[in-house]
Design a protein around this ligand. Structure first.
Ligand code: GTP
Ligand code: MG
Length: 294
């Protein structure tokens, strides 16, 4: 079909494909979440409901797009790693960015009441997003280490800050002044000596953020299941399966039947799991060499 005389305007649309042979990281960040968290009375310093909702939104995205092999989230942000050789939407930058961002945002609002129950969503939240390309596995490791170290730095500061205000009766100005220039060890010491808080005993979700990976699970008989990847053999923490509700439209929760060693029929399900592992050290990555292949 020839089209109208106006069709020439389409030629102004420029190709925007992502550089081949590079790792793609998409980072999504809540827009104005300082205000959003205040308006919705998030608990300080960490609101478990809000963090679980972020995990749920990220899980929806990961279940929809099987080329996402890893995600990491903390506070109001989530990062997604795509397979190095992804062909998703012909590697079109704007297509990938806008689809992931819109599904994340719609999932955040879709699942709001599941985590916040009677708390009314006062206005529609929005998120910004960017794509960063990394040339090799080293930069990918360093990128995720950067985000998790950031989680630690922020959480240690916020934990000490809000302990001073909520339990110590300090004003926010006094708390800022008390913490100014302190090293990590001094914040640990302050938490322990003044408030009896052992920072290392704080919920691992708050200290490490959330790591989403795909894991293989077999079901041999109803009610029995086993996770099979190396991930289970490595130290770390993993949320219960009930926390890990498959998202609506979870097209990529692959499932197939095999014969187990006992001859019994077994169902193999590859699903997204929320974990709270350390991703700065080597253990996590050595257990999952496929993440950095390409
Ligand atoms: P832009 O991203 O630049 O739009 O700013 P922002 O207001 O979203 O701030 P930023 O992304 O730098 O930081 C996220 C903010 O979200 C934090 O500073 C907190 O105010 C808020 N926030 C995120 N998670 C929590 C939480 O669990 N509890 C509380 N109370 N606040 C949170
Ligand atoms: Mg933000």
């Amino acid at each position: 079909m020839a089209g109208s005389k106006y069709v020439y305007v389409k030629r102004f649309e420029m190709p925007d494909s992502l550089l081949p042979g590079t790792f793609t990281v998409v980072r999504i960040d809540g827009h104005g979440f300082h205000r959003f968290s205040t308006e919705h009375s998030f608990t300080r310093p960490n609101d478990e409901r809000a963090l679980k909702l972020m995990d749920q939104a990220a899980q929806s995205v990961m279940e929809e797009y099987s080329d996402i092999i890893l995600a990491f989230g903390q506070s109001d942000e989530y990062s997604f790693l795509l397979r190095k050789d992804t062909k998703l939407h012909n590697r079109r930058h704007s297509k990938i960015l806008s689809l992931l961002l819109s599904l994340f945002t719609s999932s955040y609002t879709f699942y709001w009441s599941k985590y916040f129950h009677e708390v009314e969503l006062k206005y529609p939240p929005s998120f910004d997003a960017r794509i960063v390309l990394y040339p090799s596995a080293k930069e990918v490791r360093d990128y995720f280490a950067w985000r998790q170290v950031d989680t630690h730095i922020n959480n240690l500061y916020n934990t000490a800050f809000w302990a001073l205000v909520q339990q110590g009766g300090e004003s926010t100005t006094q708390a800022h002044a008390l913490l100014k220039g302190t090293q990590s060890a001094q914040k640990h010491e302050l938490l322990f000596s003044r408030f009896g808080i052992n920072y290392n005993h704080i919920d691992v979700r708050f200290r490490k953020g959330s790591v989403l990976v795909r894991e293989v699970q077999t079901h041999s008989t109803p009610g029995q299941s086993m996770y099979l990847t190396a991930a289970t053999a490595s130290p770390g923490s993993c949320d219960s399966a009930s926390d890990n509700v498959p998202a609506v439209g979870a097209a990529n929760v692959a499932s197939r039947e095999i014969r187990g060693v006992t001859g019994r029929r077994e169902k193999v399900i590859r699903s997204v799991r929320v974990r709270h592992d350390d991703i700065v050290g080597n253990t996590f990555w050595e257990a999952r060499p496929e993440l950095l292949e390409g």
